[in-house]
Design a protein around this ligand. Structure first.
Ligand code: NAD
Ligand code: IPM
Ligand code: MN
Length: 355
């Protein structure tokens, strides 16, 4: 396996190296080999070279089997030295779009022993998979300003919705449900207001579902969905949704599964014509970066998803089980979960469990 590694910024630089240790341990245990190529792109690289992700590197990345990514970005309040959103758009979104990683798969599962902010809710109640459309919607960077900086300023940001893009996401959600014996697929959108774009989603959903007669279906408006995720998360099994709504509800999902440090994701190109990318859902977490405080479990679970995608299901399962076993004991929790462990300590504990 050829794996590209891009830690990026902030806590990405702390959790990805731990993820690589976990990868090494499982490779030895399960007897597969791999090579890694490291890519330095991110905020610091940009400040030094005034370059985000050059096309030559993108081409190299595409030819790997997978990319292990950390996070890019600066303080959410902004930076005076780095133009707003440039790292996100020109590194992360560029990979998702150019490598046609059209599915962002984000499992949201509460593991035993992990605290959730929800009352009277346990692991049996939170076990959903969110399928986020990943190459369209409001993320296309299709827009612009008119009369910028004047009282007449106009800003447009267009939500791009194509039949092909929507249908392949919906089909993926149903195929996933079928393969993993999940009972229900819920479409989350906003058909009552976005009467064109989300009407297309709804019609595609109605059509595609007829190909999967054994699977129950439902529809929720996104506003109601945010409420149900908090009040009765158990109703969700597989959710399929737009790029923007998927971004928002997966942070909410992360919160109910124990926080950003627990949420893993895969940016998948199911055709395998270019590399897929695996990353924790969280960002660079500037508030805790550089302090050995970040929870690396989300990254480990992402490494597990990567190995599943690369046809190493036993190694993938072992990582998942080791993470579940480790977080089951509060002694192993990082600060976000209420514990006192450091990033590297959790890494060591998971590696020891695996070995
Ligand atoms: P964030 O996810 O970085 O942080 C949100 C909160 O979660 C913070 O309080 C942070 O401390 C906490 N957190 C995040 N990861 C954690 C971990 N592993 N362990 C413990 N706590 C953790 O979101 P933000 O603050 O809105 O964004 C910071 C920067 O990251 C922004 O520039 C944003 O654009 C970028 N970002 C990048 C990605 C990515 O590259 N995939 C994802 C999200 C945000
Ligand atoms: C995520 C992040 C990204 C997104 C940003 C950093 C572009 O929030 O992966 O969830 O909005 O998709
Ligand atoms: Mn997000």
């Amino acid at each position: 396996m050829k794996i590209a590694v891009m830690p990026g910024d902030g806590v990405g630089k702390e959790v990805v190296p731990e993820g690589l240790k976990v990868l090494k341990v499982v490779s030895e245990k399960f007897g597969f080999s791999y090579t890694t190529d490291h890519y330095p792109f991110g905020g610091e690289y940009y400040l030094e070279k005034k370059e985000t992700l050059p096309n030559s590197a993108l081409k190299e990345l595409a030819a790997h089997d997978a990319i292990l990514f950390g996070a890019v970005g600066v303080d959410p309040r902004g930076s005076t030295q780095i133009p707003q959103g440039i790292l996100e758009a020109e590194i992360l979104l560029k990979m998702r779009f150019e490598l046609d990683q059209y599915i962002n798969l984000r499992p949201t599962k509460l593991l035993p022993g992990v605290p959730t902010p929800l009352k009277n809710v346990g692991p049996a109640d939170i076990d959903m998979v969110i399928v986020r459309e990943n190459t369209e919607g409001l993320y296309c960077q299709n827009g612009g300003f008119l009369y910028k900086g004047t009282q007449h300023e106009v800003a447009n940001q267009i939500e791009v919705t194509t039949r092909r893009g929507v249908e392949r996401a919906i089909r993926y959600a149903f195929d996933y449900a079928k393969q993993f014996n999940r009972k229900k697929v819920t479409l989350v959108a906003k058909t009552n207001v976005l009467r064109f774009a989300h009407n297309l989603w709804q019609r595609a959903f109605e059509e595609v579902k007829t190909d999967y007669p054994g699977i129950e279906t439902d529809y929720h408006h996104v506003d109601a969905c945010t409420m149900y995720m908090v009040t009765k998360p158990k109703i969700y099994d597989v959710i399929v949704t737009t790029n923007m709504f998927g971004d928002i509800i997966t942070d909410l999902g992360a919160a109910i599964q124990g926080g950003m440090g627990m949420a893993a994701s895969g940016n998948l190109n199911p055709t395998r014509q270019a590399a897929s990318m695996f990353e924790p859902v969280h960002g660079s977490a500037p508030d805790i970066a550089g302090k050995n405080l970040a929870n690396p479990i989300a990254t480990f679970l992402s490494v597990g998803m990567m190995l599943d995608f690369l046809n190493q299901p036993k190694a993938a399962r072992a990582i998942y089980q080791a993470c579940a076993d480790v977080v089951a004991d509060p002694k192993n929790h990082t600060r976000d979960l209420g514990g006192t462990c450091t990033t590297t300590q959790v890494g060591e504990t998971v590696c020891a469990k695996l070995a």
